[in-house]
Design a protein around this ligand. Structure first.
Ligand code: SAH
Ligand code: F3S
Length: 481
């Protein structure tokens, strides 16, 4: 089941919580990672206080916001194309204002205003609370920009307006930024240094979601396992914290446990785990609580020690294997997924073979796989030549994808003739007679609807499968419902 991240993925705003009395219309869409989708919900909440309700029709919008991704060149090209579309609409609706949010805003800053005439507003990921002031400037006919990165901002005090929701699953952001400096990655530059959100506000958000009928949350961060709350501030400044702050600090294992206990029937997922920060405590906490889902997204990027070092990934192949062995020992039923990059500078055929053999060892359940895309300003761009021809990158990627397909098939077949627990999320895309949901391991399962409904946690006997999907029949409500 190879899942390549869909860079065209687009979250048009479906409106749940419209504020009465609001008269302006906001069209907001998101590209890239889950964090961007979550941030757009924060932006919608801030603007709801400013008189904006969301609309799904671009043509109706007073304000169009696009939350952008810079992770690969292709993601940026997709956004540029979207701006062309807005341009066409603006010809019909000249009063429409256009703002760019997120990583491209942070990376390009004023260049955006210079290069794209359509853009009135540029706002980086830490500056969304300044939107009311910036919009006031735009209303007065000036372009507006704020791309200041913050040491404290976590938006912990903002209750997101849920967009595009199925009413069952929701994202809850717990950390912002990243301190890891992987040499290929633009995120530390666009999202700033790492900081964690107050656990109290996280628990309150989860409690509120449960009240509203949500059944599963995903704790989000670039590197969730590095979560550390000691009263606010950057992770890197933890050394300077007081003894009391240090003694009462909350790490990711603690936070997971707090969440699992706060709502014992709420399913808890998290993403993404960086191998160097995933501790045994986290794995053991996962084992202790049924409601913490048994899936770890554990990107490795490469199976070659030399390339891992050049990427500044702070672990070796051997250490990664040790981690995998520990997960298998403590959590035998846990699914593991990967991110992989083919064609990082200097990658040899032998390095590529090392990646394939690492995959053979782990046999991931699924993964997200990419060719290397050089990003301006990263260490790799400054120090290393992008020397692997595109055709070679693509051929290696195809081999990685093929290997993943084989492993996914093996993994999916392991569930044949077993009974799994599935949270029903929506109608199956293929049949209106079937429900679709996910197992604790994050594997999609489809089955006849019978008398069940969206939001039910059911047991499903698996009778068939494709490489990505389990097919079966519900046998009853789960005891954990
Ligand atoms: N820790 C983050 C990683 C964000 S980027 C998280 O929350 O997922 C997601 C994935 O994109 C990375 O794991 C990596 O596989 C891929 N990626 C990042 N930069 C890339 C680049 N320059 N070229 C190709 N793929 C890249
Ligand atoms: Fe990027 Fe590495 Fe952080 S991939 S988001 S710098 S963990």
């Amino acid at each position: 089941m190879e899942k390549t991240i869909d860079e065209n993925k687009q979250g048009e705003s479906l409106v749940l919580e419209q504020k009465v009395g609001n008269h302006r219309k906001l069209f907001i869409e998101s590209y890239g990672c889950a964090m961007n989708f979550s941030d757009s919900e924060i932006v919608a909440s801030i603007l709801s206080e400013e008189g904006y309700n969301t609309t799904q029709r671009l043509e109706d919008a007073d304000l169009v916001l696009v939350n952008t991704c810079s992770i690969r060149d292709k993601a940026e090209q997709t956004v540029r194309k979207r701006l062309e579309k807005y341009n066409a609409v603006k010809r019909i609706n000249p009063k429409m204002k256009v703002g760019v949010l997120g990583c491209m805003a942070e990376r390009l800053k004023t260049k955006f205003l210079e290069e794209e005439k359509i853009v009135d507003l540029v706002v980086g990921p830490d500056a969304y609370k300044d939107l009311p002031n910036l919009l006031a400037e735009v209303d007065e006919g000036r372009d507006a920009i704020n791309v200041i990165l913050s040491k404290e901002e976590t938006y912990g005090d903002i209750a997101p307006v849920r967009l595009n929701t199925n009413g069952v699953t929701a994202f809850v952001s717990i950390t912002r930024g990243c301190d890891n400096m992987c040499t290929f990655c633009v995120v530390p530059f666009t999202r700033g240094r790492e900081r964690s959100r107050d656990p109290q506000s996280i628990i309150e958000e989860i409690n509120d979601l449960w009240q509203k009928g949500y059944k599963e949350i995903t704790l989000l961060g670039q590197n969730v396992d590095s979560y550390l709350w000691y009263g606010g501030g950057l992770k890197k400044d933890f050394d300077k914290a007081s003894d009391l702050q240090k003694a009462t600090a909350v790490n990711f294992a603690n936070l997971l446990e707090l969440c699992a206990k706060a709502q014992p029937k709420m399913r808890i997922r998290f993403s993404t785990s960086n191998p160097q920060d995933l501790t045994l405590d986290v794995i053991e906490t996962m084992a202790k609580y049924h409601n913490i889902c048994k899936h770890i997204h554990l990107p490795v990027q490469s199976g070659s020690d030399r390339i891992l070092k050049a990427m500044n990934r702070l672990h070796t192949r051997e250490e990664y294997f040790e981690l995998i062995d520990n997960i298998r020992r403590i959590l035998p039923e846990c699914a593991i997924s990967q991110d992989m990059i083919s064609g990082f500078p200097t990658e040899t055929e032998q390095d590529h073979q090392d990646t394939l053999s690492l995959m053979d060892y782990v046999k991931y359940n699924f993964g997200y796989m990419f060719t290397y895309s050089e990003r301006p300003g990263t260490l790799a761009e400054r120090k290393l030549e992008d020397d692997i021809p595109e055709a070679v990158k693509k051929r290696r990627l195809a081999e990685i994808v093929q290997r993943q397909r084989e492993h996914s098939e093996i993994r999916t077949k392991e569930y044949l003739n077993t009974t799994v627990e599935v949270l029903i999320e929506r109608q199956s895309k293929k049949s209106s007679e079937q429900w679709s949901g996910r197992t604790s391991q994050n594997i999609v399962a489809v089955f006849p609807k019978a008398h069940y409904k969206v939001g039910d946690l059911v047991t499903v006997h698996i009778t068939d499968c494709t490489s990505a999907t389990l097919i079966g029949e519900a046998t009853g409500y789960s005891n954990y419902n």
